[in-house]
Write a protein that binds this ligand. Sequence first.
Ligand code: TNX
Length: 534
Amino acid sequence: MRRRHSTTSGPTRVLGSLLLVAAAGVTAVGAAPAPAAEAATTPLNRVVPAPAEVRPGGRPYRLTWATGVHVDGSAEVRRIGEYLAGILRPSTGYRVPVTEHGAGGIRLHLSDGRFGAEGYRLTSGPAGVTVTASAAAGLFHGVQTLRQLLPASVERGSVQPGPWRIAGGTVEDRPRYAYRGAMLDVARHFFTVGQVERYIDELALYKINTLHLHLSDDQGWRIAVDSWPRLAAYGGSTQVGGGRGGYFTKADYRHIVRYAASRYLEVVPEIDMPGHTNAALASYAQLNCDGTAPPLYTGTRVGFSSLCVPKQVTYDFVDDVVRELAALTPGRRLHIGGDEAHSTGHADYVEFMDRVQRVVARYGKTVVGWHQLTGATPAKGALAQYWGLDGTSATEKARVAEAARNGTGLILSPADRVYLDMKYTAGTGPGTRWAGLVEVRRSYDWNPGSYLPGVPASAVRGVEAPLWTETLTRSSEIEYMAFPRLPGAAELGWSPAATHDWDAYKVRLAAQGPRWDALGMSYYKSPQVPWPAG
Ligand code: TNX
């Protein structure tokens, strides 16, 4: 990377430098921005997702050798302080001690209940930066904002020149929706614990708070179940294309759950049923209506498999799987799939979903299902995940809307907006295009609050961006598909509708590019986004 920050501007009037930066952000494509603008402080509102309120003002804070992170007494706040210091130390080269006492520097502290479960306030001035929240998750989100206010080079693993300034003023922020998710399909291709952790870190940067893991499908069963050991050992032994596959041991899964929790994401595990079950059917002959196990499947067709609805053993199986998975999962929710059950008759589907929802409730979890669940009888408190597209029939949309009016909460994952496996353009690398080509603007430019006709705004619980992996095998491909669309979905979930504005968003998004470069991430350099020169 070019040494962008080596020519410091000296004391610049704040307003002047803000204007310079704003201008550079809008017009910099192809031009060489003035060094003064490059080194200038990131404006307080140049953050993704857009904060609820930003009041710029006063001089910036500048990190120095003396900067420490001061934390409240609790172990959890200290841990967040260490996480922040862990980001700052390598690139600043400063010691950044984390202490319970001390003035100035960066202070993380919990106060009364006014910031809610995830909100925070960040105030910055020459004497220091303070992040205040009512809960640890809010402090963590505030730390992500602080991180984005520092130069992108803060993300590097070796000492960079700085200067390390945070613009003066106040950010007061809280999410629009409580559910802001990303799904990773580890069934079509298996991804290791380390790869999942890497994605979690990338999601946390954009205040995503839910990691939905698609743990089973026709091509693979990816979670160990003690009472049905062949599910993982045999059902997990391959993947799309015939490669080796793999599965998470219970210790692996617990590790992912803990890692996600340390980044304030809740894991929602999915066992997709009654369709998308070939891996299970191949592992145990008795789960099949005809008592014969099909071979393992490594293609990409959907809709051909079904658990045997009339057999009691099916429910013994579901009970065991749900019990073991619920016991491993501290989160409130368990996803039971329910999509594309084209090989299950309607009456069977309704009966099956009823019975399975009762099992989930028995083990203390709340059901999430793909929106086909609304064609059965969603249990009280269930969430339906809508994955239709513009072309989805009015009847199907109306069924979802009716369920929403009757109390079923919705998570919005419209496939032609936030399916991260859709190709950006006909010319971009991996991905599929059954829901269309989805460029960055199309992915961002919709309003979850008014997206589906006839759905009360209060029924919308949030937004989730799923990443199906039929065509993806590496972290660099996950990143290329998710970035830059994932931050748009994160913004739709977090930011007030009033901040929605593509022209402003694309400038904030462009500023993330150098950060992804510094983090060694892949991303799609969409021509719709005015990436900084260099
Ligand atoms: C539809 S979305 C599916 C998945 C595929 C995906 C590919 C959904 C609930 N089912 O089985 O992987 O399309 O984009």
